[in-house]
Design a protein around this ligand. Sequence first.
Ligand code: ZN
Ligand code: ZN
Ligand code: FE
Length: 745
Amino acid sequence: MQAAEVKIRGIVQGVGFRPFIHRLVREHGLKGTIRNTSSGVTMELEGEETAINAFLRELPRKAPPLAVIEEIRSREIPVRGFERFTIIGSERQEERNTLISPDIATCPDCLRELKDPTDRRYRFPFINCTNCGPRFTIIEDVPYDRPKTSMKAFPMCPECEREYHDIENRRYHAQPDCCPVCGPQVRFLNGDGEAVDGDAIELARRELKAGRIIAVKGLGGFHLACRSDDPAIAAELRRRKQRDEKPFAVMCRDAEAAGRICEITEAEEKILCGARRPIVLLKKKTGGLEHLSENAYLGVMLPYTPLHVLLFGDDIDTLVMTSANLSDTPILKDNEAALDELRGIADGFLLHNRLIQTRCDDSLCWVLDGHEYFSRRSRGYVPQPVTVPQLKRHILACGAEQKASFCAGKGEHAFLSQHIGDLKNLETLEHYEKQIRHFERLFDIHPELLVCDLHPDYLSTRYAQECAGKEQLPLIQVQHHHAHMASCMADNGLAGPCIGLIWDGTGLGTDGTSWGAECLVGGYSGFERTGSMLPIPLIGGDRAVKEPYRVAFSLLQAAGCETDGIREAERLKKQLTAGLNCPRSSGMGRLFDGVSAILGIKEVCNYEGQAAILLEAAAGESGEHFPVCFVPDEKENSLLRFDWRPMVRALVSERQNGTAIPILAAKFMNTLIEMAAEQAHFAAEATGLNRVVLSGGSFQNQYVMHHLPERLRAMGFEVFHHRRVSCNDEGLSLGQLMIAAEGNI
Ligand code: ZN
Ligand code: ZN
Ligand code: FE
């Protein structure tokens, strides 16, 4: 006979963990107790040594799907002689520290019941259990109990109550559980917002099949849905949503249906069909859905709520599913707002009366090395924290501006917010401020230190300054690309120092100019800039970001090439010569834009990053590259700048000699890869460092991400890319937090 105290850290509450332990303990004939604690659960176990060991071995392997076990620690304690195994009530005062599960797609058991005519939840659009269903999006406050969720409006019926209290039942302590007797209801409204009698889901299905655009209330917000196979319907949706060229995401009935329109690897299928259900960028098959995406990929997700499953039925394969919001405002989540703002856009509304407490967009990723590689980390992942070294103080990091997020940290946890959007929109800014308060309440975080970007005009910076002033808190401002670098380090659990290759659109440098193609060396405590590129004059400032032909002109002019082919060449020349509103930027995004325009791929952008995305889509394969030259910085000799002029000259002359665009696009990206390899080499020579982190929005580029790490590894570098947070500005707040935690800048 032996006794052990076992402490488990992670997401182990509200995920069916205690019933699971109850079963496992019984299987091994153990006795003792289990109770929830601030960081997880603590057990006292008594039994034969071999039985305790077998229990500990099986525990992580057999844990319920929603549980995230961060650590299991066990130690021997004196035998007390328990007679059975009991669940002890949780320590109320500590409950505020517990973790909250993200929203999880309908589990196989619930799907089976949903389709079983003899089950009492047959075709019930809100079926869920401890292993699946809404969590983050319905929680108002902690502790996570039904009265603190959107389900408070739906008292349990006796039958549900019985299941809730039965530890043998799959719905033991499932807070959002309900049934057709006691749960929420769906209804269908026509385009004028008038209720239509009949089976709401069948009505919506009929309208969708007939080619109408229907607003569907989902888990974290509304979607606009329509048929995917008819270009005219998609075009109508584009017209009504004023979304001219940006690709639409689709939802497919199952992996098989997705496989008919896209190539799917085994790793992609695993993530596509997993419990978190992000939108996964998959390679399009030719034929059929060209009208939904102008590049090589299509964003695909599978149904993640029972409502979606019923909407597809057996006969709908694929639907366009785009988040319902009007240009840059947050995704709509409330019935009234949807009815009001989607009037004239939606031909019908599939609504329900379960409140979405917290809006949460679909996550968006592609699959790199078998893992999610995010451009938007949101539903299904938030608010699961990133584990970090013990923080001495509570910290709030305020993020960037256009792809805003924040990160609230305490103890060993950094809680990154869901996708927020562009703060320049007033509703989005309000959403941001409200979410900060929500996270502070949920996780009991009282910031003692604030951190934000260097940029004085970012609305996140203004917010941080206001907060710091009001609450008399210290505020640290962190350089944008340093924060990117720190974010990737934290994402990979690196303490530093290392080499950072940071490519993005723009970020304010310590010298007051715009940076964005940086090679940095350092760690959380500081950095040195060892590589960049020659800055590009942006004729017209922000207009040049939207109109890449302006950048093309600057590149050609500086390289001494012909500029006659560029529109408005005369006017641009005058403006450039006069130096009128021509800020200089070394942003990698701008170089992509400019080259895209020179190659005639995209001269005016319709959405952010379009020129670069289409350049990538246009690229073929080539083993060659253009000349890679460097010049020392005028002021700082230790800073080598990539001189893109020889590259531009070579590109222009090869184009004139008839080299095809796909080859030129590939050679351009190969040149940047060589540039990065050289920069990393210089940095390693100077410092002896061997680790390279890759961060910044330009690393969303799949061509670069498939070739650059390989190139660096072949040189002997250890290469790290993002795995848990986005490489773009959405992941920035994690880096800010880590730099602030290090506390000396
Ligand atoms: Zn379930
Ligand atoms: Zn019920
Ligand atoms: Fe950035």
